[in-house]
Write a protein that binds this ligand. Sequence first.
Ligand SMILES: *[C@@H]1O[C@H](CO)[C@@H](O)[C@H](O)[C@H]1NC(C)=O
Ligand SMILES: *[C@@H]1O[C@H](CO)[C@@H](O)[C@H](O)[C@H]1NC(C)=O
Ligand SMILES: *[C@@H]1O[C@H](CO)[C@@H](O)[C@H](O)[C@H]1NC(C)=O
Ligand SMILES: *[C@@H]1O[C@H](CO)[C@@H](O)[C@H](O)[C@H]1NC(C)=O
Ligand SMILES: *[C@@H]1O[C@H](CO)[C@@H](O)[C@H](O)[C@H]1NC(C)=O
Ligand SMILES: *[C@@H]1O[C@H](CO)[C@@H](O)[C@H](O)[C@H]1NC(C)=O
Length: 360
Amino acid sequence: MEITQTLLLLPTLFLFFLLSGQQGLLVSAAHRHHTPRHLFDWQPTKLFVFGDSYSDTGNNRKSEASSWKYPYGITFPGKPSGRFSDGRVLTDFLAKFIGVKSPLPYRFRKIGVQHLKYGVNFAHGGTGVFKTLVLDPNMTTQIDFFQNLIKNDSVFTPKDLHFSVALVTVSGNDYATYVATNGSVQGWQPFITSVVNQLTVNLKRIYDLGVNKIVVIALEPLGCLPQSTAEFSFQKCNGTENALVGFHNLLLQQAVAKLNNETNSSSFLILDLYTSFTSVFKNKGDLAGSIKFENPLRPCCVGVSSGYYCGSLDANGAKKYTICQNPKSTFFWDNSHPTQQGWRAVYSTLRSTLEELYTN
Ligand SMILES: *[C@@H]1O[C@H](CO)[C@@H](O)[C@H](O)[C@H]1NC(C)=O
Ligand SMILES: *[C@@H]1O[C@H](CO)[C@@H](O)[C@H](O)[C@H]1NC(C)=O
Ligand SMILES: *[C@@H]1O[C@H](CO)[C@@H](O)[C@H](O)[C@H]1NC(C)=O
Ligand SMILES: *[C@@H]1O[C@H](CO)[C@@H](O)[C@H](O)[C@H]1NC(C)=O
Ligand SMILES: *[C@@H]1O[C@H](CO)[C@@H](O)[C@H](O)[C@H]1NC(C)=O
Ligand SMILES: *[C@@H]1O[C@H](CO)[C@@H](O)[C@H](O)[C@H]1NC(C)=O
């Protein structure tokens, strides 16, 4: 099985004990007045990115990842670019928001200030905070790479880091791995706790290296990803899986509040993808009505049968997937990742939270 074809496997999650009603209680962003940015003395100039396929822009090896195969990248940049989408991903939208170019993947770095001007993207599709099915740099190792650039290669100064934002995505690969390698019902609660604890250690480490603002995603509703909704003909989400997500997000919210308290700062910010995704599903698009998805749960690009994925070819090179007419009309691109238009709709719901980057 080509693991990187579908990075968030999560075929079966058994949990019966987890809270219901916890999801969606995260950080409802206060609608801030949109104060002109130039009124603040802090304007970021660099973005550092850690995590998985929700933020990777090309760190996966070309020989292994579906993100380097047609039809990935057909919308932007027009050919596969290592992004797990038809086009731009969350990283690109966040970079645009803070006013920098999307930083180069670490794999393409050349030591030299010019190449690292906008920061570095260390995120690697398929990874998690722990070892996953993809044998690639976990988040600890990604932060080690960052630390080496700072401490060993002196590429970034403390001032650079002060004027920096970090994006951290953990979108479910640790849980997919848990399901594939253990899956014990009793083990869920301690496992989720250990994932969030490790994530918290990672966030603190990025802060201690000097990054001023650290943005971390809350888990998206895993039970609404096409890999989970296919059995319901993409008509409804799996609530059992979403309850699991609710527990992760509750712990994350508590951990981030504690970090902000302990550091006497508002450096840590949650981007609540759970609420964003579900709001887009409910509205069948963005709030402004400029983006529309007829059935937001139905993906654009899917394998023709089980065992095949978006981008799969058979031994004769024949396509084993189907692709929709217009990727702009679907929220999901493949089994687990949004389209560029999907990310754009999500981003529109996150803008008011992101304004908080500019407060102390
Ligand atoms: C939902 O997800 C759970 C956990 O993965 C699974 O056991 C169940 O079969 C799925 N479907 C329904 C209808 O709950
Ligand atoms: C991350 O990966 C490294 C290298 O494989 C390993 O030594 C380390 O224990 C891993 N860290 C975690 C938290 O799993
Ligand atoms: C630090 O830099 C030295 C000299 O460039 C190199 O030999 C060493 O491997 C680096 N250490 C790490 C941990 O990357
Ligand atoms: C699976 O989870 C159970 C419950 O937490 C744990 O006791 C057991 O050691 C785990 N097995 C593996 C192989 O990780
Ligand atoms: C921060 O932590 C301290 C010490 O635990 C506690 O007394 C204080 O109430 C906390 N402040 C907030 C805003 O949570
Ligand atoms: C936290 O910040 C407040 C306001 O700036 C300051 O008065 C206080 O001394 C700080 N506390 C610590 C522990 O840094």
